[in-house]
Write a protein that binds this ligand. Structure first.
Ligand code: IMP
Length: 189
């Protein structure tokens, strides 16, 4: 585990400030308000990374929506996807005939998103789309469609605003790139 309690000190550089993130939420919220007008979507947040983004995004949406959460994991404590997706905690809501919008923090290989979309379609959802904050395309192995996203990112490991490293640093207000020595510290353990 990184030997620092000061969460800002593990950041190499900021990628998105609080203002950048707010602007992305406003823009996506407007688009979603228009696209879901007259519908009552079920917004499905992917735990735990999406909670910060979800709470800001839905408050930018002028839509009558329900919220539920799904916990799916393909990483465990690793930095690279294991390729195997597991359902850890299920929805409380029946998705049959619902317009579902999955909210996710970041899409990388796309396997997690593909798993969630297939699961909800199989359960009879009328439509299943997704809104992700960050779109990391470099390692994409799935051809899953990413209907809405805030910004593209390069192939760097980012933390903050819900995004974690070893389950820490979600509570940074901004999104930044981890210092390489923090990653080395853990890899050499
Ligand atoms: P995928 O199945 O490879 O698309 O992985 C998606 C999940 O990987 C996300 O929900 C995140 O939890 C995690 N993830 C991917 N890249 C990063 C990153 O740069 N920082 C933190 N988590 C990441």
């Amino acid at each position: 585990m990184p030997k620092t309690d000061n969460i800002n000190s593990i950041i190499d550089h900021k990628l998105f400030t609080e203002e950048d993130i707010h602007n992305m939420c406003v823009k996506l919220g407007k688009q979603l308000t228009a696209d879901y007008a007259g519908k009552k979507p079920l917004i499905v947040g992917a735990l735990k990374g999406a909670i910060f983004f979800l709470t800001d995004l839905v408050r930018e949406m002028d839509v009558k929506a329900e919220i539920d959460f799904l916990d799916v994991s393909s990483y465990g404590d690793e930095m690279e996807s294991s390729g195997e997706v597991k359902l850890i905690s299920d929805l409380a809501t029946d998705v049959k005939d619902r317009d579902v919008l999955i909210v996710e923090d970041i899409v990388d290989t796309g396997l997690t998103l593909e798993y969630m979309k297939n699961l909800l379609k199989k359960r009879g959802a009328r439509s299943v789309k997704c809104c992700v904050l960050l779109n990391k395309e470099a390692n994409r192995t799935s051809d899953v469609e990413v209907e809405y996203y805030g910004s593209k990112v390069g192939n760097e490991f980012v933390v903050g605003y819900g995004l974690d490293f070893m389950n820490y640093y979600r509570n940074l207000r901004y999104i930044g790139v981890l210092k390489p020595e923090i990653i080395k510290l853990v890899n050499n353990k």
